[in-house]
Design a protein around this ligand. Structure first.
Ligand SMILES: Cc1ncc(COP(=O)(O)OP(=O)(O)O)c(N)n1
Ligand SMILES: Cc1ncsc1CCOP(=O)(O)O
Ligand SMILES: [Mg+2]
Length: 227
């Protein structure tokens, strides 16, 4: 399943920020969904399973079908939210989560399964999965970021390009990404970007989302000439 990029073909993923009060986070998600985000990933590293389930259901309600909704890390929470009637489109898994092959079997073919890959070895592992296991890779970090303590080594745009060139899977750049990075990351082979702070910490999350969309339109080959 395609993570449904907007008309410019560039995927914009909003990853939720657990530092933001949840009521405000739902406002952020609503504004970003209205402004054209493609994917909302629910990330709640310090929440209990029950609290994570509550958040996943509430975010899916707020998105109301305007973007794909993915659950970070937890296949069980994705399944539980679906069981409760929420529209959950998939999961984003890290290297220490359940294997993507297991997630694919449990969640089914019509589900987005994304996986974190920050090294050549991770890319080799990704390419060893059966075809159709993974929909995209999350690759980073582009810059140091306080959002993820102990994040993997900084790749920069050049390091990202080196990894993206080694795989046919769509690569989503993450970590310290701002709208001004979109053109360079697209040139470096990014199929999209995933951001936390650039949207969640913005005074106007709708405007912040539109800034990414505008940048993506300019970054799209042919888009400028077509306007
Ligand atoms: C799109 C995207 N890419 C990478 C990550 C990072 O996932 P992970 O390494 O599992 O780290 P946590 O997000 O779980 O802290 C991501 N979440 N999304
Ligand atoms: C979840 C995650 N994985 C790698 S960096 C990161 C956080 C990115 O947050 P920000 O966009 O605020 O730098
Ligand atoms: Mg993870």
């Amino acid at each position: 399943m395609n993570p449904r990029p907007a008309g410019d073909g560039f995927g914009l993923h909003l990853v939720t920020d657990e530092r933001v009060p949840f009521a405000r986070l739902l406002e952020v998600v609503d504004a970003a969904a209205s402004a054209g985000v493609d994917v909302v990933q629910v990330r709640a590293k310090s929440a209990s399973g029950r609290e994570f389930l509550r958040q996943a259901r509430a975010v899916a309600d707020a998105v109301a079908g305007r973007a794909l909704v993915l659950v970070n890390d937890r296949v069980d929470v994705a399944l539980a939210a679906r069981d409760a009637g929420a529209r959950i489109d998939g999961v984003h898994l890290g290297q220490s989560d359940l294997p993507p092959t297991t997630a694919r079997r449990l969640l089914g073919a019509h589900t987005v399964v994304g996986w974190t890959a920050n090294t050549p070895a991770h890319l080799d592992a990704a390419s060893a999965f059966p075809a159709g296991t993974l929909d995209y890779l999350g690759v980073g970090v582009i810059r140091p970021t306080s959002t993820k303590p102990n994040h993997p080594p900084v790749l920069g745009v050049e390091g990202f390009a080196g990894l993206a060139a080694r795989t046919a899977l769509p690569c989503i750049a993450i970590g310290g990404v701002v709208d001004g990075d979109v053109v360079a990351l697209r040139d470096a082979g990014a199929a999209g970007v995933a951001v936390v702070s650039a949207i969640c910490a913005a005074d106007d999350p709708g405007a912040a989302t539109r800034a990414f969309r505008t940048a993506a339109a300019f970054a799209t080959p042919g888009a400028v000439a077509a306007r």
